[in-house]
Every structure is written in structure tokens, then in C-alpha cells.
Design a protein around this ligand. Structure first.
Ligand code: SF4
Ligand code: SF4
Length: 455
């Protein structure tokens, strides 16, 4: 029987309209604007100034703390400015503006297509390459990968789980890389498995992607029979259910272990990485290639079939440039979302630029976005049934509306993963997620303030 997580979940329509579109390389724009905040943790500090000339792959931002990451130039050219510019959420962030010239790559980066299957022996060499090449988690969180691969000494990793679920409707970038870069992803998995010292790595893919399952399975067995270091890697077909790609849900599906409230995957011996992160690890370790590219889906029901695309972009490309290259924002688009329709963020600013973790430009129509009128809760319990974290959204909503912070914490609002399953299921159209998200933020801030060291 196919596995899945045990609590809650919903079944939104797939809408993987762009699944058949092969990855196309976007041409370079005239100017790129590279953000110094493309990861979780401290922002990078820009180390270039106007007038400097930079090469493709050169470090332009240095980490500012333990949890932070290097940022590299995605192009060759002259630095025009270093200053504040609005990001995707309309927040002012330091960006490096570069006038683009033809590529001149930094020395030491292997830009060839040669596949490198031998896994380096030296663990520290691998970690240094991942850190120095600015690799961060590409499943949404953008947590620095070298930190995640070094669990604290009192915790022991037992299993690496690669997230190939791509359970959000519409998104197809992970699907395409599993078809087109399967070797690199499996080699990346073997590298991370070695660093973690675990004997097992599971690549979890949902049943609605049979071609990806077949391709990844064939690649695993080819590498297992032709090179060393690939034992213990397997592909697991998962039942389709949203949000299978949530870390805690994937661990439950694959290992049948539950991460406790406010706990971490490593507490139950798991380390979860996205398939796109695995590809970035391959590039960083085997080719010394910094994380300056990723794949992004441009899609939506209001886009004609020949404009449903998966593009290879470089960081710093204006979203407006990508939209224009794709033929312009469709007339019927009422909302543009970065990420999927369930957990993605509304794009308030098309002048914002691509980041390491960018995954889509999704065009939604008025019909798809209009909120239906809210009515009273009928106590049907559908929201609680759907919640994959075992919460009671109707209760959290009530507590949030009444500002009952203590009770919200007691009822674990802090565990909400903002998946939107409750909102999706509610027949009364109550904006459960909006209320719960705000309350969660306040409760977490209060919890942090309580545990922060006194000055
Ligand atoms: S958004 Fe939060 S409360 Fe709602 S279903 Fe998801 S985890 Fe549960
Ligand atoms: S799904 Fe909506 S109507 Fe049903 S119990 Fe939850 S909040 Fe109330």
C-alpha cells in the first residue's frame, strides 16, 4: 500500500498544466538586482561597491552570522549601485545592481556538462563547498544547507529524506528537474547521506508523477550498479495528499514517526531536503558551482498552453522581465502568486527579482481569488479533520478573534504550518488561516521573549 501521512490533509486539484514543458534557459536581461536576503537568518553583507567589475560566480555578499549564507553574482558586469530596493513583499532590502555583460566565469568553477559520480571522501571538504557556494534549502524555507547537515552532537540522524512530493497545485519545477537532472539529484543525495553518516536515503515522490518515479528509480539503480556510495538510496511512491511536502508530514509518511510540538525533524532522526537542494548540492560539491540558478514555473489557467513554461533563471532577474519574456501578464490575471496557490505569497511588486528559492509565477483569475461571503461557523468539524497538525482551527480562530494569547499557546497555534487546509475545507468561508497566522506570529514572539537570555 502506498504511504502517506496519518493526520488530516486535503486533495486539491493538481492543475499541473506546465508539466510537459521542458526546462528552457532564460536569456540574460540587461540588468540584474541581487538581494542580500535570499536565505533564512542574518542578511548577507554586500562586499562590492559601485564601479567594481564582477565575474559570474564571484562572491558579492558574505554571511553575517552562524545562520546566514554567501551570495554570488549571477552574471559578469559592472556594479552600478548597492542600495535598498523593494523585494517580493514590498520590503526594502539591500540589492546589488549589475549591468550585464557576456559571461566570464570565476576560476575554479566547472561549467562543463560532464557528470561527476565519485563522492568526495572528505566530509569537511563537502561541507565547505556547500557553505562557500551559498547553498540553501529550496523547498521554501531557504535554511542554510551546511547548517542543516550538521545536527547538534546530542542528536543522531538516521535517515535522509528527499522531498520530491511537489504537492502544491500548479508547480512543476521539481517534477521537471527529476526528469531532466535525475543523476545530479541522486548524486547530491549520496553526498548528503555521506555527510550525515546515515545508511538510508529515501526520495519521496507522489503517485501523480509516474514518469518522475520511473526516471529517478532507474537512475538510482544505474548509479548503484556503476559507482560507489549509492547503497541505501531508494525511491518511495507516496499517495497523493496535500501537504505531503511539509517536513513533518513527509517524515510521518516515510518513517512513521511524529515530530513533537515545536520539535525538529532531527529529534526523530530525520533530515529533510528538497530535490532542488540536492541538485544545488551536486553543483556546489562536484562542480564548485555557486547557487545562482534555479527552475521556476510560469503557469495559470488564464495562460495559453504554449506559454505554460518551466524556466532556468539566474538570481536577480526582474519578475517583470520574466513575465514579459513569457508574453506579458495575461489580461485575465487578477493576482500573481510566487509559490503555489495554497502556501505561496502574493506578488505585490513585479519589479522584485528572482531569489535562490523562487519557484513560480502563478497567474490566478478573479474567479479563483474572489473570497466568498463569510457565514457563521456551523461546527461541522471539517477544518479539524483537514488539519495535518491535529489542531482545531475553529477554536484557534475563535481564540484569535478574542485575543486570548495564553489559550492560543495552550492549543498549540505555534504548530500551525500555514498550509491552508482548514481554509480550503471550511463551508462557511471563514478566513481561518488569516486569523491563525497573525495569532501564531504573536504567540511565537511571546514565547521567544520568555526564553531570550536576560540582558
Ligand atoms: S493552516 Fe494551520 S490550522 Fe489550518 S490546517 Fe494548516 S496547520 Fe492546521
Ligand atoms: S470548517 Fe468552518 S464551519 Fe466547519 S467547524 Fe470549521 S470553522 Fe466551523
Amino acid at each position: 500500500m502506498k504511504k502517506t501521512f496519518s493526520i488530516g490533509g486535503v486533495h486539491p486539484d493538481d492543475s499541473k498544466i506546465s508539466a510537459g514543458s521542458k526546462i528552457e534557459v532564460l536569456p540574460l536581461p540587461k540588468t540584474v538586482y541581487i538581494s542580500m536576503i535570499q536565505h533564512l537568518g542574518g542578511p548577507a553583507k554586500a562586499i562590492v561597491a559601485p564601479g567594481d567589475r564582477v565575474k559570474t560566480g564571484q562572491v558579492i555578499g558574505e554571511p553575517t552570522g552562524f545562520i546566514s549564507a554567501y551570495v554570488h553574482s549571477s552574471v559578469t558586469g559592472a556594479v552600478k549601485s548597492v542600495g535598498l530596493r523593494k523585494d517580493l513583499n514590498g520590503i526594502q532590502v539591500v540589492h546589488v545592481e549589475i549591468a550585464v555583460e557576456p559571461d566570464e566565469w570565476m576560476e575554479g568553477i566547472d561549467t562543463s556538462d560532464t557528470l561527476v559520480t565519485d563522492i568526495p571522501e572528505d566530509r569537511q571538504f563537502i561541507l565547505d563547498r556547500i557553505k562557500n557556494n551559498g547553498v540553501v534549502g529550496l523547498g521554501g524555507a531557504t535554511f542554510p544547507t551546511h547548517v542543516k547537515l550538521c545536527p547538534p552532537p546530542d542528536k543522531k540522524a538516521e535517515c535522509l529524506i528527499l522531498n520530491g512530493a511537489e504537492c502544491e497545485p500548479y508547480l512543476t519545477s521539481d517534477y521537471r528537474i527529476m526528469l531532466e537532472k535525475s543523476e545530479q539529484i541522486v548524486i547530491g543525495a549520496a553526498i548528503m547521506k555521506k555527510v550525515l553518516g546515515v545508511s538510508r536515503a529515501v526520495i519521496g515522490i507522489e503517485e501523480n508523477k509516474p514518469e518522475a518515479i520511473a526516471r529517478m528509480t532507474a537512475t538510482v539503480s544505474k548509479l548503484q550498479s556503476s559507482a560507489k556510495g549509492y547503497d541505501g538510496i531508494e525511491v518511495m511512491t507516496l499517495k497523493k495528499k496535500y501537504p505531503q511536502g511539509g517536513e513533518k508530514q513527509l517524515i510521518d509518511a516515510v518513517m512513521h514517526r511524529q515530530v513533537k510540538s515545536m520539535g525538529l525533524p532531527i529529534d526523530v532522526g530525520a533530515v529533510v531536503q528538497n530535490v532542488a537542494t540536492s541538485l544545488a548540492v551536486y553543483d556546489a560539491v562536484q562542480k564548485n558551482m555557486p547557487l545562482i540558478t534555479n527552475t521556476l514555473t510560469v503557469t495559470g489557467n488564464c495562460l495559453p498552453a504554449d506559454r505554460q513554461k518551466n524556466y532556468l533563471f539566474r538570481i536577480g532577474f526582474p519578475l517583470s522581465y520574466i513575465a514579459e519574456y513569457n508574453g506579458g501578464v495575461p489580461e485575465k490575471a487578477a493576482k500573481i502568486v510566487s509559490g503555489g496557490p495554497m502556501m505561496g505569497k502574493a506578488v505585490s511588486n513585479l519589479d522584485a527579482t528572482t531569489q535562490k528559492g523562487s519557484s513560480s509565477l502563478l497567474y490566478l483569475t478573479e474567479e479563483q481569488t474572489v473570497r466568498k461571503p463569510e457565514s457563521n461557523c456551523i461546527r461541522c468539524g471539517k477544518c479539524a479533520e483537514a488539519c495535518p497538525m491535529g489542531l482545531e482551527p475553529f477554536l484557534l480562530n475563535k481564540l484569535a478573534r478574542n485575543g486570548m494569547m495564553e489559550e492560543l499557546e495552550q492549543n498549540a497555534v505555534q504548530d500551525c504550518i500555514e498550509c491552508g487546509c482548514c481554509l480550503y475545507s471550511c463551508p462557511a468561508n471563514i478566513p481561518l488561516l488569516d486569523m491563525i497566522r497573525v495569532a501564531k506570529g504573536e504567540v511565537i514572539r511571546a514565547m521567544r521573549a520568555r526564553t531570550a537570555p536576560k540582558k
